[in-house]
Design a protein around this ligand. Structure first.
Ligand SMILES: Nc1nc2c(ncn2[C@@H]2O[C@H](COP(=O)(O)OP(=O)(O)OP(=O)(O)O)[C@@H](O)[C@H]2O)c(=O)[nH]1
Ligand SMILES: [Mg+2]
Length: 511
């Protein structure tokens, strides 16, 4: 029988985005025909899907490193790169996905349940897409983003209808072997069963699954023996069957004490109180076994649970037990319709796509947190000055530069964004000359203050109009030519102002 693997650590790497391309269109008699670099394809995602044909996590055990395909790079003539193929990993029903630090990311129950676990990186834009009215022929393109890299722990909680509960060597594996086609290991030493065995049982027209799990000893709920392994698998069973050993020679153990000990562990684990119980008194074929069973039967029945005297060795009493199990499972199914497969699971990580946050570091530097700054840094080719300037423009536009200045950054101090470290040089990358003024002042601000205000410009325009009207009326004055020249200059200045505003409003990089 194939090894049953119910816990694996997986290292997942979604595909990287393809790089955008920087290319210039060339044609005869048209040497510089404009930018035509295409964008890179997106990297492939990694998704878990519950598949009915998969029963263990064994495949992942042998292949714990999984990588989806990268996006292809863009090319000239506006050719976009192909997207990387996504990977669909088939997992068994009842797989729980944990993050490396133990947080439950998804609980995959029901055929078809899916979970997008690692997202591929976005492809970079080519220089054709980066061109705008100001930057007509960008000599750079965006890099593709790296795909998400995550480590997860997959854990399989068996989804069986009936769980067999009992002390080690009570005969649980022997029972599942005789009522189903499962061939578990059976031996006369405790903890023979280390991982659960699942068997399919047919009773009349009903079919159900039975899980034989490792033996339980007192203290299991706190981790003794293989207790937690055992309890994890019992958690999802609809019906529990106590398998009680009628032939144990251990001093201090008797059937009722065994049941009480098992119940105490189940109660400590919690959440199992509502499961219907059956009691199978096993090994009645041994001398005294049958007598013992008859003696304790009444006491067990007093707990309100149906009792079956069986022998896994001689197969006595198995039919009644099988039919009783089937009846309990059918009753449970009728009361609890099968769970809807979880198709869309909201990713637990909140994606902040709006802003950024500045954190002061111990060494006098600053770290900028935020989805956009992180992504923009990842998209930047640091071998290309134009691309670096573009990054600085983008960061300045959402206010990172101002916020750093406010937080107390001084030129030259380290600023960390998306795992990279920069020396902060305000506005230099953006190509704007920064001339430090007096403390609290800024020469650029003073220049703009010297400009005529809107009301002054309006007054000048009115004055001009009056003079033109005067001219039209034929009242020539000696000051008119000078006034006309002043008017032209004013108009020119305001037109330049409008240009600035237009650029800022239509710049697609604000995205
Ligand atoms: N005489 C007799 N022996 C049995 C019967 N059922 C099981 N045994 C024996 O009891 C021993 C333990 O059986 P297992 O089926 O391995 O017990 P288990 O409950 O699965 O034990 P663990 O896996 O260790 O928890 C084996 O030697 C079996 O042959 C029975 O009905 N009659
Ligand atoms: Mg066993």
């Amino acid at each position: 029988m194939a090894t049953f693997v119910d816990r694996v650590v997986l290292h997942l790497q979604a595909g990287n985005g393809g790089h955008g391309c920087a290319s210039v269109h060339r044609e005869k008699f048209k040497p510089l025909g404009g930018p035509d670099g295409g964008k890179g394809g997106h990297g492939g995602d990694i998704t878990f899907v519950v598949d009915p044909a998969v029963h263990t996590l064994l495949d992942f055990h042998f292949h714990p490193h999984v990588k989806a395909e990268n996006g292809k790079g863009g090319a000239g003539a506006n050719r976009d790169g192909a997207n990387g193929r996504g990977l669909i990993l088939k997992v068994p029903d009842g797989t729980v996905v944990h993050s490396a630090d133990g947080e439950v990311l998804a609980d995959l129950v029901g055929i078809g349940a899916t979970f997008d676990v690692a997202r591929g990186g976005r492809g970079g834009r080519g220089n054709a897409a980066l061109a705008n009215s100001r930057r007509k022929a960008p000599g750079f393109a965006e890099l593709g983003e790296p795909g998400e890299q995550v480590d997860v722990v997959l854990e399989l909680k068996s989804v069986a209808d009936v769980g067999l509960v009992g002390f080690p060597s009570a005969g649980k594996s022997s029972l599942i072997a005789v009522i189903s086609a499962a061939k578990p290991k059976i031996a006369d030493y405790p903890f023979t069963t280390l991982v659960p065995n699942l068997g399919v049982v047919q009773a009349g027209e009903h079919t159900f699954t039975v899980a034989d799990v490792p033996g339980l000893i007192p203290g299991a709920a706190t981790g003794k023996g293989l207790g937690l392994e055992f309890l994890r698998h019992i958690e999802r069973c609809a019906v529990l069957v106590h398998v009680i050993d009628m032939a144990t020679m251990d001093p201090g153990r008797d059937p009722l004490a065994d049941i009480d000990a098992l119940e105490a562990e189940l109660a400590e684990y919690g959440g199992l109180a509502d499961r219907p119980r059956l009691v199978a008194l096993n090994k009645i074929d041994v001398p005294d076994g049958r007598d013992l069973a008859e003696i304790v039967r009444a006491d067990v029945e007093a707990k309100g649970w149906p009792v079956y005297e069986i022998s896994a060795a001689t197969r006595e009493g198995l039919q009644e037990l099988k039919y009783a199990m089937a009846a309990a499972v059918v009753a449970h199914r009728a009361a609890n319709p099968p769970p809807e497969p979880t198709r869309a699971i909201v990713r637990p990580k909140a994606v902040n796509d709006t802003g950024f946050l500045i954190e002061a570091d111990a060494d006098g530097g600053f770290t900028v947190h935020g989805e956009k700054p992180r992504r923009w840094v990842a998209q930047t080719n640091f071998d290309n000055d134009e691309a670096i300037g573009y990054l600085a423009d983008r960061l300045a536009r959402i206010g990172v530069e101002d916020a750093l200045a406010k937080a107390g950054a001084v030129p030259g101090c380290p600023v960390r964004i998306g795992g990279r470290e920069f020396d902060w040089q305000p506005s230099v990358y953006a190509g704007v000359e920064y001339v430090p003024g007096s403390r609290g002042g800024d020469t650029r601000l003073e220049e703009s203050l010297n400009r005529a205000s809107a009301s002054q410009r309006l007054a000048a325009r009115k004055a001009r109009r009056v003079r033109f009207e005067d001219l039209a009326a034929g009242q020539s004055t000696p000051g008119a030519p000078a006034a006309a020249a002043e008017g032209v200059a004013t108009v020119g200045a305001s037109a330049a102002g409008a240009d600035d505003a237009d650029d800022a409003a239509t710049d697609p990089d604000a995205l």
